[in-house]
Design a protein around this ligand. Structure first.
Ligand SMILES: [Zn+2]
Length: 118
């Protein structure tokens, strides 16, 4: 049954030519802005459709995904991101929920007081 492997129909024939991928300048894509890695800082450069901008570093770069990714890994960028997120995350969130919680209990107490008067 090994004759099948030598099936002459599969031998020869023109090899499929791979299309040459031309490296064309990449335009900025809006969908990149919604990627979780970029959404907080990636904005299009209004002056150049082939460029992307970082809203945190105020720096513009060639609008290529690899380039933008590299920018996201940059030390300067990361420092700014960390500095920015510290204000927004954990601690302040905790304080906020704490305040909300206190407010809730205050409202509940007030309600109890009001209902006691009725
Ligand atoms: Zn940046």
């Amino acid at each position: 049954m090994s004759d099948f492997e030598d099936n002459p129909l599969h031998i020869g024939g023109p090899p499929r030519k791979l299309r040459k991928i031309q490296h064309r300048a990449q335009k900025f894509r809006k969908e990149w802005c919604s990627l979780p890695d970029f959404k907080d800082w990636l904005i299009p450069d209004e002056n150049d459709i082939f460029k992307a901008k970082c809203s945190l570093c105020k720096s513009s770069m060639v609008a290529e995904l690899s380039n933008i990714k590299n920018h996201g890994k940059g030390i300067k960028h990361k420092q700014i991101v960390t500095a920015g997120t510290v204000k927004q995350t954990s601690i302040s969130n905790f304080v906020q929920t704490d305040k909300k919680f206190k407010l809730k209990t205050q409202i509940q107490r007030a309600k109890i007081k009001i209902s006691a008067f009725i």
